[in-house]
Each structure stands twice: as structure tokens, then as C-alpha cells.
Design a protein around this ligand. Structure first.
Ligand code: ATP
Length: 431
């Protein structure tokens, strides 16, 4: 983990939030490489979930919602973690995180550690809206992005041509007043989620079919992004640990350096959300089948993934050592830069001009890095750490025969390629 955290800072993937002011616990800022990687991940997810499907539509709902929505969804009452406090040093922990508690007890080196009784601690982050002091209304920043889809169910049905079964996809920020943020971005107070709420007929068999379908579909997605199969597993929730809305729940976990950890969940939410929003808002959120005339409140099979946790695990899984060489073996579709272009020598105008031309041509289709500092070995080292799949070097031979050296990140092998064949070459390699 230390290596990953250091790499993220050094190369500009992820920095601590508000660092120059001493930071703000549980917040992280994505740097130039991290932002590209995150956008690539979200775009791939969106392509698979929305673009390539004809039964899912996308939305982008507001972060700030009428507070009644959070009463209806049960978050005001039940979005709680059990909080305990160490009586020796007043550090606070989640009572259900046994491993963290054990580590803390050990840190007191044999001293008897007593704890306060568990208190319910609500995770919703409060904010105040309005311009006149005293007349501001208290709202919540969304604790999960799900509600934005649920409250728009009727809008979607009325304004599009969706028919059950169908899904509403969304990517966006969520906020939680986590008791113990930690493990880098794994548990943050501000993070991003990507979700599909998939509405099906209210029928056990139908719900089970889609639950199993989404379980496999999501596992396949992460395997297709290159995460090693042996580092992924399902974990079904036991009855007592399920969230207040879930009839059934399974996590997909990653074998992280800090233990198997959840980075996404598939939940059968039943009719909980639409029924509660119907009750609390007075708006009928049932669905009418236009063929059979049947009217019902659909059940919701949700897939909910953390963008930040997915990204962290993709980075950890991609981190490779080959002899003395470290490189990030990221799927080319995820890699922040696809290609880097180097003139062999920065002070030879002919080389720089030729390299610039290649850089500008490729830049029209993909993110391309430029580096003319230091020696070629150092430049390869930097691009390996950034996960750039290919490096192009323009050398003296280029000026004679219009070919360049293309070096492959994963094998470190080099080959000569004609300049005018480069766009086609990368089109095939970067799929
Ligand atoms: P945990 O048990 O780890 O607190 P959760 O079960 O409460 O997570 P969900 O409510 O199911 O998480 O949220 C769906 C996804 O959102 C999670 O699988 C995770 O990837 C992401 N997520 C939830 N909380 C956080 C957080 N504090 N920081 C980063 N990502 C988070």
C-alpha cells in the first residue's frame, strides 16, 4: 500500500485533499493522471451499462435533495454505524470493525483498554441552504446516489419509452460522515459511485433471475478490465448485516493488501424505495403494463460500485515488477496516456520537429504524453509508472527512413514502425 500511495502522489494520480492546509481527513484530490484514469473508468462503465444496452437509460440527478427524500429512504433513521470510543485515548471506531479494534488495542501495548457502549451514529452529512442567517434550511448531501434515480422513476417512465424490465444508470458523488476514514481512498468521506437501479416485475423468481444476472455481469466487467480472477470473489451478506432496504445482498470483494474488501454490491431492494417514496411524497410511483394493464410497484435490483475503490484496486492489481522494473499493467482502455512521444535529443531541432508532428497527429485521437527530459531510460521509467502502453522514440534513423521505435510497456520489446502506419498500428493495439 505504501508503494501505491507514494506512486499516486509522485506521478500525479491522487493527492491528499487540501494538503497545503494540513489536509481534510477522508478527502482526496485526483491529479492529472488520476483524473484521466477515473474518466476512462467511468466512460467504460457508461459505455457498457448505457450505450451498449437498450434497456438502461442514464441520468444525472442533483446532489442536494429535499430532506423528505432521505426520511422516505430510511437514511435519517437507519443509515447508522455503531460508534465506540476507547476510554484510554478517546479514539473512535466502528464497533463492527473487529480487525481495526484489535490493532488499536495492540497499540496500547498491554494496557487494559475499556470501551464506551456502542452509540448509533448517523452517516449523513448535513449542509445548510439559504442566504439569510436563521432562515437557512438544513439539508443532507446525498449519502448514496440511489435516491436520485428513485425519485425520478415516474419522470423516466413518462418521458422515455422504457418498459419493465429496465434500468436507470447514474454516476456521481456521495458523502458519508465515516467514523474511521482510512486505507487511502478506500473509505473516504467524499467519493463517487456508479449505479444501475434495474426495475423488474415484483416476483421472487424474476428478481432472483436478474440478481444472478447482474452478479455475473459485474464480475465479468472487472475481469474484462484486467483484474486477476483470483483476486476477486463474491460474498453474500448474512441476514444481520444487510442494509435496511435490502432483501438480499452480495458484495464483490478484492484481495487488497489490507484484506478482502468490498468495492461493489448487488442488492435486491424489493419495492422498498418506490413504495416509501410513494407514501412520503403522495405521488404514485407504480408502473402500468401497457399490454396487460397490470399495475404494480416494481422491485429494484441494484448494482452499486465505488468509482474510487474500483480505481484503487485496479491500480493495486496493475502494479507489476519485472526484475528491477516497475510498471502499471493497466488495460490500454484505462491507461491515462495511450502513447508517449520522445525526441531522442531535446537539442536537435530536426528530431524535435519530427517528434512534434507525430505528437500532434496522434493527439487528435487519444491522450499523448510528451517527454524530452533526461535520457531515454528515465523517460521509459516514468511512462511505465504512469501505465502508458507505448512509447515512441524519434531518432536519427527516423530522419532517413521515416520509421520510429515503438516500445511496448509490458514486454519492454521494441520494433520499428513507419510513421504513416502509426495511427493504424495503435488503433489495433489499444482496443
Ligand atoms: P462499507 O461496508 O465498506 O462501509 P457499504 O456497504 O456501506 O460499504 P454501499 O452503501 O453498498 O457500501 O455503497 C456502494 C459502494 O459505494 C461500495 O461498494 C463502495 O465501493 C462505495 N463506498 C461506500 N462507502 C464508501 C466510502 N466511505 N469511501 C469510498 N467508497 C465508498
Amino acid at each position: 500500500m505504501d508503494k501505491i500511495v507514494a506512486l499516486c502522489k509522485r506521478r500525479g494520480f491522487i493527492y491528499p485533499g487540501s494538503e497545503i492546509y494540513g489536509g481534510l481527513t477522508g478527502t482526496w484530490d485526483y491529479g492529472p493522471l488520476g483524473t484521466l484514469l477515473k474518466n476512462n473508468l467511468k466512460n467504460l462503465w457508461w459505455k457498457e451499462m448505457v450505450q451498449l444496452r437498450n434497456d438502461v437509460v442514464g441520468i444525472d440527478a442533483a446532489i442536494m435533495m429535499n430532506p423528505k427524500a432521505w426520511e422516505a429512504s430510511g437514511h435519517v433513521e437507519a443509515f447508522v454505524d455503531p460508534l465506540i470510543e476507547c476510554k484510554v485515548c478517546h479514539a473512535r471506531f466502528r464497533a463492527d470493525k473487529e480487525d481495526e479494534i484489535k490493532v488499536h488495542i495492540q497499540s496500547h501495548e498491554g494496557k487494559k483498554v475499556e470501551w464506551t457502549n456502542p452509540k448509533k451514529f448517523n452517516l449523513l452529512v448535513k449542509a445548510y441552504l439559504g442566504i439569510i442567517e436563521g432562515e437557512q434550511s438544513e439539508i443532507y448531501l446525498r449519502g448514496e446516489i440511489t435516491n436520485g434515480a428513485q425519485v425520478n422513476f415516474k419522470n423516466i417512465v413518462d418521458s422515455t419509452r422504457v418498459k419493465i424490465p429496465f434500468g436507470i444508470a447514474q454516476i456521481g458523488k456521495a458523502f458519508r460522515n465515516e467514523i474511521t476514514p482510512g486505507n487511502f481512498t478506500f473509505r473516504s468521506r467524499e467519493f463517487e459511485q456508479m449505479e444501475v437501479q434495474f426495475y423488474v416485475k415484483p416476483d421472487e423468481k424474476e428478481a432472483e433471475k436478474w440478481y444472478e444476472y447482474w452478479k455475473q455481469n459485474r464480475m465479468d466487467f472487472y475481469v474484462s478490465l484486467g483484474i486477476k480472477k483470483e483476486n476477486l470473489r463474491f460474498r453474500e451478506h448474512e441476514d444481520k448485516e444487510r442494509a435496511h432496504y435490502a432483501k438480499k445482498a452480495v458484495d464483490i470483494e478484492y484481495n487488497a493488501p489490507f484484506g478482502w474488501s468490498e468495492f461493489m454490491g448487488i442488492h435486491n431492494r424489493g419495492d422498498f424505495d418506490l413504495r416509501r417514496h410513494t407514501e412520503y411524497s403522495g405521488t404514485n410511483l407504480s408502473y402500468k403494463d401497457s399490454v396487460t394493464g397490470e399495475e404494480y410497484i416494481p422491485w429494484d435490483i441494484e448494482t452499486s460500485a465505488g468509482v474510487d475503490r474500483s480505481l484503487l484496486f485496479l491500480l493495486i492489481d496493475a502494479y507489476q515488477k519485472d526484475g528491477e522494473r516497475f510498471f502499471l499493467k493497466l488495460d490500454p482502455r484505462l491507461a491515462p496516456y495511450k502513447v508517449a512521444v520522445f525526441p531522442l535529443l531535446a537539442n536537435k531541432e530536426d528530431l524535435v520537429t519530427e517528434a512534434r508532428k507525430i505528437y500532434q497527429t496522434l493527439q487528435k485521437d487519444m491522450m499523448v504524453a510528451w517527454d524530452d527530459r533526461g535520457n531515454i531510460g528515465k523517460r521509459y521509467f516514468a511512462q511505465d509508472e504512469a501505465g502508458t502502453p507505448f512509447c515512441i522514440t524519434v531518432d536519427f534513423k527516423t530522419l532517413e527512413d521515416k520509421t520510429v521505435t515503438v516500445r511496448d510497456r509490458d514486454t519492454a520489446k521494441q520494433e520499428r514502425v513507419k510513421i504513416d502506419k502509426l495511427p493504424e498500428y495503435f488503433q489495433n493495439k489499444l482496443k
